[in-house]
Design a protein around this ligand. Structure first.
Ligand code: ADP
Ligand code: MG
Ligand code: ZN
Length: 717
């Protein structure tokens, strides 16, 4: 079976996500690999599919029992034989699992490193063929990472015992230091490194000024009834308070922080995962070990420490690829709070922490696309100007007006007060406040006192942020004071005009519909109830039965036969067998009572769309026909070589004959050998290259085999 067939038949997915196919291929070639992909990028599939193709066992090392359990449940539902060995099993179950492994009945074995290094585990595993050792959450091996686990250090030594096994390390941590550490500590041999983009396109990013956080949060929650979400707070106390407020207002909510007992934390997490509870209010203690794919929003009630934690935390939203909303409440009071904690640290650590906080504030205060600073932080360049999935990209540019006068008022007030105050105080002076601080400093006697009364405090604060953004002032993050830059001096002199947004920003939360599909909400809700019922019966989270996207597609396309159901996202053969009839019955009955038939056409609309997308292979095929050399074709079509080859394969497979001379020029294999390779294709088929590669005793590289495969198919047309 080839990876694509497994993707469709077993997992029920139509397309690979970026890099997945290449990674799978690399593992099948037994090339040690390091994969860096963001949370939700789809790392698991990259080792699960090879595991099904390998003859022997794939060992998956994972740091947390909850993660192992989650994956084993999901795989079992897909009809894949996977087990774990860890302390949570009863003696009896442990023995049963060992027996299954011994009898080669298992494709994937999940273990913690400490279990793996146990004598009895090693003896057990020495009796079976191990083809792949996967190290999930591989950053745990590095002391530089955020979840260092000393036990991970032993993996390299253990893996030496499995000479035929390829080693694959997976992590979402981007820092080069951690990456190097992983390669070294695992003794990866000439590893191939795959780095995915950190751009999570389905996350809508929004930052608003924190004014009344509780009502801001409640307003937001109103927009997402019955949806799962996480609210992150700075302290346990804040978690408890917010939990009380929400609980009192009848929200389905639980608290989570290190001050609760293990049992309580576990219970709350479980309730959240099983959709028994919608909202978790938590400190950063919450998250690791949560694989829940349908988290629709993450609110940062307080400012996170740095961009890295922020990214990690928002990363828990929208793993299923559907849209999710990430809201950050930017409170200037929070900055002083964090600064206070930072100040307790030792010198060097303190400087680094300040730098990190500074980067986060710049992100939050940015007026440009939020993906630019966010991705920049991870060393990635965001090429597009707009992402259309952040608050700043949605803002209308037309609202920019000339604010030079306001800037001059602000700057001269700054100057007169000695450039040692923060925005709050300057605004107080401008607005003629009678506050103690203003009077004590004699600032009510200044000529700039009260010259900015025509503009509200919020507007002034917003302007101050824009001035920072435009670099006419700069901020000393240690003391919070504002200073005039050289550019600012030019503004004061009237040599430079400033544009900005004057109207006070409204807090509007544009609701993020999770899917662009128009679906029947009532049917969706029925399907969801059914899913929950089935999940509770089996004792798994609902998403293990079907992800939300599956139910959304069902409620949009109304499939009424098994065959149509097969076309729905996430419906593989096993699930079709197990749940197909149950869901079909629901859909059919619903359609009958509501007289729905004609909507079936929307299903064919989808088909049409995908055929337009797929038409790319036709374009490439046609371009090939016009090209005189492969390089010309590469230039013409502007895609990578591998992608090109894939398109051409498809083009030929669909029955379009081409002249293969250009392709043959790409490889250096004499005609006799080519003929021989074709006989191997005859024998083993050309669908899947690994057996061919093996049969040829690894003498012909995959790149060449791919080219020959096209020629082979073409020859038969
Ligand atoms: P990661 O480990 O990188 O955080 P997961 O492996 O948990 O991500 O995958 C996240 C979600 O994406 C899962 O629900 C998974 O089933 C889904 N997924 C992975 N690959 C695909 C794909 N090719 N098409 C559709 N969904 C996918
Ligand atoms: Mg994972
Ligand atoms: Zn944007």
């Amino acid at each position: 079976m080839n990876p694509r067939t497994i993707l469709k038949n077993t997992f029920g997915y139509d397309e690979f996500r970026p890099l997945q196919e290449d990674i799978i291929e690399s593992l099948l070639k037994k090339t040690d690999s390091l994969v860096i992909m963001p949370t939700g990028g789809g790392k698991s599939l990259c080792f699960q599919i090879p595991a099904l193709i390998f003859e022997g066992l794939t060992i998956v090392i994972s740091p947390l029992i909850s993660l192992m359990k989650d994956q084993v449940q999901q795989l079992t539902e897909l009809g894949i034989s996977a087990v774990f060995l860890n302390s949570s099993l009863s003696q009896e179950d442990y023995r049963i699992n060992e027996e299954l492994i011994r009898n080669n009945k298992v494709k994937l074995l999940y273990v913690a490193p400490e279990t793996l290094s146990m004598e009895k585990t090693l003896i057990l595993l020495s009796s079976v063929k191990v083809d792949c050792i996967t190290v999930d959450e591989a950053h745990c091996i590095s002391e530089w990472g955020h979840d260092f686990r000393p036990e991970y250090r032993q993996i390299a030594e253990i893996s030496l015992k499995f000479k035929d096994a390829v080693i694959a390390a997976f992590t979402a941590t981007a820092t080069p230091q951690v990456q190097d550490d992983i390669i070294k500590s695992l003794s990866l041999k000439n590893p191939k490194k795959f780095v995915g983009s950190f751009n999570r396109t389905n996350l809508y990013l929004q930052v608003i000024l924190k004014s009344d956080p509780l009502s801001q949060t409640i307003n937001f929650l109103e927009k997402y009834p019955n949806q799962s979400g996480i609210i992150y707070c700075f302290s346990r106390k804040q978690v408890d308070e917010l939990y009380e407020e929400l609980h009192y207002r009848k929200y389905s909510v639980r608290p989570y922080h290190a001050g609760l007992s293990d049992a309580q934390r576990k219970k709350h997490q479980e309730e959240f995962i099983k959709d028994d509870v919608q909202i978790i209010v938590a400190t950063i203690a919450f998250g690791m070990g949560i694989n829940k794919p349908n988290v629709r929003f993450v609110i940062h009630y307080d400012l996170p420490k740095n961009i890295e934690s922020y990214y990690q935390e928002i990363g828990r939203a929208g793993r299923d690829g559907l849209r999710a909303h990430c809201l950050l409440l930017l409170g200037y009071g929070d900055i002083s709070k964090i600064n206070y904690f930072i100040d307790q640290k030792a010198d060097k650590e303190r400087r680094i922490a300040k730098m990190h906080l500074d980067a986060l504030i710049r992100y939050a205060e940015s007026y440009n696309c939020r993906r630019v600073p966010l991705l920049n932080y991870f060393g990635e360049k965001y090429e597009r100007e707009k992402c259309e999935m952040c608050d700043n990209c949605e803002k209308e540019e037309a609202t920019l007006v000339d604010v030079t006068i306001e800037a001059q008022k602000f700057l001269s007030c700054l100057k007169r007060t000695g450039e040692i105050f923060g925005a709050m105080h300057i605004v107080d002076v401008l607005r003629g406040s009678k506050s103690q601080k203003v009077i004590n400093k004699n600032h009510h006697l200044l000529s700039t006192y009260g010259i900015g009364k025509d503009i509200s405090k919020e507007q002034w604060l917003s302007l101050a942020r824009q001035f920072l953004q435009r670099a006419i002032i700069q901020k000393d993050y240690e003391f919070g004071s504002l200073k005039i830059t050289d550019l600012g001096a030019e503004v004061l002199k009237g040599n430079f005009k400033v544009k900005g947004i004057l109207e006070a920003k409204e807090f509007n939360y544009k609701v993020q519909k999770e899917s662009s599909l128009d679906y029947d909400k009532k049917l969706f809700s029925l399907l969801r109830t059914k899913r929950k019922e089935l999940a509770d019966k089996t004792g798994v989270p609902p998403y293990v039965i079907f992800p939300d996207k599956t139910l959304i597609e069902m409620a949009a396309y109304f499939p009424k036969t098994e065959n149509l159901l097969r076309g729905i996202h996430g419906v593989g053969e096993q699930k079709l067998k197990k749940y197909g009839q149950i869901f079909l019955a629901l859909i059919i009955e619903y359609c009958q009572t509501n007289n729905i038939t004609e909507k079936l056409t929307s299903r064919s609309k989808k088909r049409k769309k995908s055929s337009i997308k797929n038409a790319r292979f036709i374009e490439i095929g046609e371009a090939y026909k016009k090209s005189k050399s492969f390089d010309e074709l590469l230039n013409r079509s502007n895609v990578k070589r591998n992608t090109l080859i894939n398109h051409l394969t498809r083009y030929v497979s669909e029955g379009n004959k081409i002249n293969t001379d250009i392709l043959i020029n790409l490889i250096q294999i004499n005609e006799d050998k080519q003929k021989y390779i074709f006989t191997v294709f005859d024998k083993l088929g050309a669908n899947y290259l690994k057996p061919v590669f093996d049969e040829l005793e690894e003498t012909v590289p995959y790149d060449d085999l791919r080219v020959l495969k096209i020629c082979y198919i073409n020859k038969q047309l």
